[in-house]
Design a protein around this ligand. Structure first.
Ligand SMILES: *Cc1c(COP(=O)(O)O)cnc(C)c1O
Length: 386
């Protein structure tokens, strides 16, 4: 099935996280763009005409079973977002006020924000220079009698060192939001920790527009998550509420998009990785560094990161040329909101944060677009004498 090349006209609505003016009009090559095609449309149309449009139905069952099969999880619960899945995981593990949760110092904000949402303190742990994921030795040194969990983020598609993290004896949440199709020592990402989560936001590799899921092999945790995500209500006892719940359900219509994307899992992950491989093999400038990959990792690229000199100027130049390159997030210790969780300096996260930019990466990105990006990068570097 041919993916829809919708970015030329519609990327301002679907491709990026921020809806700024540049995204709305000027960007010729978006940072990311979902691949929505005929199968997604057919499944959504089927879901609509079936009348199953809210938080239960055949596509939800199919989507949850599909993720469970791919990750080998006993239970998978589809929810409204990756952020909701993280909050659900924390609440199911009983994390609350006074508790600490160790999070990587470089990540999209959700792990820290959800820890704060449940009333606990996110404690930042630096990443390793070898793979840019949370450093297990440093994490060990941050464990206190208040530590209730670790959130390990498979950063930009690179798995964490789960053997070493599981040795710490602290409940583990795997945040695989950016790591569809990656793996660690023979097992897929999304299968690690007491609970693992995915996001299916439109800029993620597998997308439902908005959406997420939480998986576990633990019957009790699964039960608790189902109850919290469904108004604090047991399915077999209607309107009797034992805990304060939420409505975090994914709709059957959204799951229909997901069921179609699951059929295309291998295609969508492989094509995204092919774009990353093109970048690696065609960027010739020695001033450009690529993401380190550990020998034990099966990496699956989300957005291709490059480390470059004069990062902000370089990104500005690419952007003014219509290329939606972006600076990576600030490291969490730089955000005043989370300053109370800084126990140790996080120099690796600060360094990666200051020097790294993402290049546009999406599954159906034409080869000519990658060439345009590489040429623009080479030109911008040459202009600065690198
Ligand atoms: C995208 C992302 C999330 C949040 O997912 P949403 O579906 O956007 O709420 C959480 N963690 C990480 C690491 C992410 O990249």
């Amino acid at each position: 099935m041919a993916p829809v090349h919708q970015h030329r006209t519609h990327h301002h609505r679907s491709g990026g996280r921020r809806l700024d003016l540049e995204d709305a009009g000027v960007m010729r090559i978006p940072l990311s763009s979902p691949s929505i095609g005929a199968l997604e449309s057919a499944f959504v149309s089927d879901a609509m005409s079936s009348g199953w449009i809210s938080g239960s139905g055949p596509y939800l069952d199919r989507f949850q079973r599909g993720i469970a099969r791919l990750t080998g999880r006993r239970h998978v619960l589809a929810v409204s977002s990756g952020t909701a899945a993280l909050e659900l995981a924390l609440r199911a593990l009983g994390v609350g006020p006074g508790d600490e949760v160790i999070v990587p110092a470089l990540t999209f904000v959700s792990p820290a924000a959800t820890v704060r949402t449940v009333g606990a303190t996110p404690v930042m742990c630096d990443i390793t220079p070898q793979d840019w994921t949370i450093d297990p030795a440093l994490a060990a040194s941050l464990v206190t009698d208040r530590t209730r969990a670790i959130i390990a983020v498979d950063l930009l598609g690179h798995p964490c060192d789960f053997d070493r993290l599981s040795e710490l004896g602290v409940p583990l949440i795997e945040d695989a939001a950016q790591a569809h199709g990656a793996g660690y020592k023979g097992s897929p990402t999304g299968s690690f920790g007491n609970i693992s989560i995915f996001s299916f936001h439109s800029n993620k590799t597998i997308s439902t527009g908005e959406g997420g899921c939480a998986g576990t092999d633990d019957d009790e945790l699964a039960d608790r998550m189902r109850i919290i995500a469904n108004h604090g209500m047991r399915p077999e006892r209607r309107y009797w509420h034992e805990v304060v719940g939420h409505n975090m359900r994914m709709t059957n219509v959204t799951a229909a998009i997901g069921a179609a994307q699951l059929e295309r899992w291998d295609e969508l992950t492989a094509r995204r990785n092919a774009v990353a491989d093109r970048y690696r093999s065609s960027i010739a400038d020695d001033a450009v560094g690529h993401r380190p990959i550990a020998p034990w990792a099966r990496y699956s690229c989300w957005l291709h990161p490059v480390t470059v000199p004069d990062r902000d100027e370089l990104v500005g130049e690419l952007r003014s040329g219509g290329i939606d390159a972006r600076a990576i997030w600030p490291s969490l210790p730089e955000l005043p909101l989370y300053a109370d969780g800084v126990r140790l300096p996080c120099p690796v996260a600060a360094e990666v944060s200051a020097s790294t930019a993402w290049l546009p990466t999406w599954s159906h990105m034409p080869e000519e677009d990658t060439k345009t990006v590489v040429q623009a990068l080479h030109d911008a570097l040459a202009k600065r004498g690198h």
